[in-house]
Every structure is written in C-alpha cells, then in structure tokens.
Design a protein around this ligand. Sequence first.
Ligand SMILES: NC(=O)c1ccc[n+]([C@@H]2O[C@H](COP(=O)([O-])OP(=O)(O)OC[C@H]3O[C@@H](n4cnc5c(N)ncnc54)[C@H](OP(=O)(O)O)[C@@H]3O)[C@@H](O)[C@H]2O)c1
Length: 232
Amino acid sequence: MKNYLIIGGGSGIGKSVVQQLSKAGHKVYAASRSITGANLASGVESITFDISEELDTSRLPEHLDGLLYCPGSINLKPFNRIKPEDFQAEMDLNFMGAVKVTQAVLPLLKKAENASVVYFSTVAVQSGLPFHASIAAAKGALEGLTRSLAAEFAPKIRFNAIAPSLTDTPLAENLLSNDKKREANAERHPLKRVGTPEDIASMTTFLLSEQGSWISGQVLKVDGGMSSIKGM
Ligand SMILES: NC(=O)c1ccc[n+]([C@@H]2O[C@H](COP(=O)([O-])OP(=O)(O)OC[C@H]3O[C@@H](n4cnc5c(N)ncnc54)[C@H](OP(=O)(O)O)[C@@H]3O)[C@@H](O)[C@H]2O)c1
C-alpha cells in the first residue's frame, strides 16, 4: 500500500485517479477547494485547500509515494484580448501552484523509497493551436519544470507530465455542451472521439506506480493521436 496526494482530486481526471488508486488498495489524500468526503470513495481523506494558500501538511502521512497536481484552466482568447493579469492568473494556477505544493511536500516525497510526481500539461504546448497563448505559456513552464526537477531529483524522485487533448470533464464543459460541439471535437481527433477522464487517469496511475519506475523527465501525449497523426 502506498500513500498518494492528489491536488484537485474531487473532479474530472483527478477524481478518476483517486478512484483507481483507492480501488488498488492505496491510501489516498485528495485536496481541493470544495472537496468533501461525501463524493469520494470510502477511506479517501479529503483536505480542503486552495492553491492560493499554503498547504497544511499536518494531515499528511510521514512519507508520500506520489503527488499529482491537477488544477488547470481552459481560457481560450485571441492574443490581443489576453490581459497581463490573465497571463498571471494562468501562471498562478497552472504553474506556481504546482511549484508551491511540490516544495511543501518535498520532505515527504524524499522519505519514500522512490516517489513519483505527475503534472498536467496540454496538447497545445507542443502543437501550436490558435487562442491558446496563455494556457500554452503556463503549461510550457510546467513542462520545463518537469524536466528540470526530473534531473535534479534523479534517481530518488521521478517527475513526468501528461499532455492531454480535449477530455470530457467539468473543465471542458463549454467545449462539449451540445451534440454538434461534441461531434466536431471528436472529428478533429484521429481516433474520432474526445478523451474520457479514465483515458488520462490510466496513464497517470501507471506513472505514479512502480510500473512506470524507469520513466522520468517525460511529457507523455495522451491525445487521441491529435499531436502526431495527420489524416489523408
Ligand atoms: N479537460 C481537458 O480537456 C484538458 C485538456 C488538456 C489539459 N487538461 C489539464 O488536465 C488537468 C485536470 O483537468 P480536469 O479537466 O480534470 O479539470 P477539472 O475537472 O476542473 O478538475 C480540476 C480539479 O482541480 C481543483 N482546483 C481547481 N482550482 C483549484 C484551486 N485554486 N485550489 C485547489 N484546487 C483547485 C478542482 O476542485 P475545486 O473546484 O473543488 O477546487 C478540481 O478538483 C488540468 O491541469 C488541465 O489543465 C485538461
């Protein structure tokens, strides 16, 4: 049994990861602003936490085998309408939040035999997509952080990121709010559907577990073929 902390474990991909890890018998701590034990599997500890605050580690165990940072955004706007404060807000949520949480739990990760940290990037970092300037910039910083920390903490702690394409979660609600949008978005992907939270969670739990123990410093694309396959 391992100990995992999932920041943003009450919704979308994070919630699916919490379910998979807890079903596999691990001890899971799930944190977010509105999290309650009521919508989590039994045995999962819920911690109310906003990334603008300092993480109180007193409710965490002595060591952590894994950390997952989920908070993120989808704010798509033409570049000339993105204000400096919008860029800052994206950086705070997607990048600085991950930095602060990782620093807060580093002593606990170091106490594990081999810990694993996973962050979420987006397909829009490695593939240029219109209107994605602010999110691509913030997630690009997170990809740089991933590789840098992977080098700094090898061989003790592994750091990886996952770059999903459009996935059916509350965050993507506006992009999938009717059948027409759903079909158009499915059609854009070579595998002809958008992602499910479970598609992304399966890769996440793999990277968090021993199965991924020889993988570090990677950004894994889980995107229905979006970034690397071209249709005829
Ligand atoms: N869904 C997609 O299409 C897609 C595509 C590419 C990349 N991604 C990335 O994948 C990751 C997970 O996305 P998702 O779709 O699963 O999102 P989601 O359904 O919105 O879940 C995000 C989780 O983060 C928590 N959270 C948000 N702001 C927070 C804050 N300030 N402090 C603490 N917790 C906070 C939320 O809970 P509370 O509201 O209770 O705080 C929620 O549990 C994100 O980083 C996203 O950028 C998603």
